[in-house]
Design a protein around this ligand. Structure first.
Ligand code: GLY
Length: 352
């Protein structure tokens, strides 16, 4: 497929005179410059991702080294996790909704071309991040959902497949058996543990030596969700966000808490004001705490859930922060490895 920098939309815009300059009747671009500071690239490739993205940042780094575009590199990395049936938080093998159906969300942004694409509640397609890239590349839209997103993917030759693995079905059946003493399903046998409610996801943000930035997030969403529930991952500005002048950020964890603060966008905005990536992510988390409703706070005002933000700037400096201690993966220009996140609170006994 074509690179994000050479697309049909460029051609259509040029041909129809819809480019910004043509509409305004000027040849030079108007200068409504957003950045408050100038961040110069440092001439090195770097990537930051959620903890399950170690292979993703490694793969992205290899591809950046070969000169591959930043968005293509990030998506190739994320695809490893989407196709891995052992990762029950993403793509094929992801945990299903309450009816046992796997519904996937993903979004991406390509800094150099200032484009975005996303899909939500997509069923039957293993790699939603790639479908999101196709939305970015081949449509004038940003977000396709449900049946329409699936038909769009099928029209490009994506294969419809059963995404519910035996492993994910087994976990779902155990959750259903333990859901309520009041329903029609028999309880779990004595001694079997109830199933927790994970919100795993992968986010990956990359920068190349020229300072070009892209970001991708992909997830199967909150396990056992109400069918049709969409989290933060496919929401541009929440699940991930890129501004090629500044950097990129993305999130994993309780999507509902992130959507309310547009956390990826906010983190990039904090970097725009001069904050380092880790500080920017921490500042966003403070906003999350401030906007959390009382029913989701403990007696000390600490959230009953975890949320993580990962950030990288145009120089390739990266960091991550979470409400409670967590891990993340990064490629620093030399090697890919795990790091500890900065965090706001010491661990709680039990989280939602
Ligand atoms: N952060 C993933 C979700 O809430 O769906």
């Amino acid at each position: 497929m074509s690179s994000p920098s050479i697309t049909r939309r460029d051609f259509v815009e040029a041909a129809s005179g819809l480019a910004a300059g043509a509409v305004l009747g000027v040849t030079a671009r108007p200068s409504f410059s957003a950045p408050a500071i100038v961040i110069r690239p440092q001439g090195r490739n770097a990537a930051v991702a959620s903890a399950n993205g170690l292979r993703a940042v490694q793969r992205a780094a290899e591809l950046l080294e070969q000169g591959v575009d930043t968005l293509d590199a990030a998506i190739e990395g994320v695809k490893i996790q989407e196709l891995d049936p052992e990762d029950t938080s993403v793509g094929y093998g992801g945990l299903p909704n309450e009816e046992g159906v796997v519904q996937l969300d993903a979004s991406c942004m390509h800094g150099p071309s200032k484009r975005a694409g996303a899909v939500a509640a997509l069923e039957g397609i293993k790699t939603p991040s790639v479908v999101a890239k196709y939305v970015l590349l081949y449509t004038d839209h940003i977000l396709l959902v449900g049946e329409g997103a699936k038909r769009f993917a099928l029209s490009f030759g994506f294969k419809e497949e059963n995404l519910l693995t035996d492993k994910a079905r087994e976990i779902w059946l155990r959750w259903r058996a333990n859901r309520s003493a009041d329903d029609d399903w028999l309880e779990l046998p004595e001694g079997e543990n109830p199933i927790p409610r994970p919100t795993g996801t992968i986010n990956c943000n990359v920068v190349n030596a020229k300072g070009e930035v892209s970001s991708v997030t992909s997830t199967s969403g909150l396990a056992w969700k109400i069918p049709g529930r969409v989290g933060d991952s496919p929401i541009i500005g929440a699940g991930q966000y890129t501004d090629n002048e500044i950097g990129a950020a993305g999130s994993t964890g309780r999507g509902e808490a992130n959507i309310k603060v547009c956390g990826a966008f906010l983190t990039v905005e904090f970097m725009r004001r001069g904050m380092k990536p880790t500080d920017a992510a921490l500042e966003t988390l403070k906003r999350v705490v401030a906007t959390t409703e009382p029913r989701l706070l403990d007696e000390q005002g600490r959230p009953l859930f975890n949320l993580n933000f990962y950030a990288i700037n145009k120089r390739g400096e990266f960091g991550a922060a979470s409400l409670y201690p967590s891990r993340y993966a990064a490629f620093d220009g030399k090697e890919a490895r795990h790091y500890d996140t900065a965090y706001l609170f010491e661990p709680r006994q039990r989280r939602r």
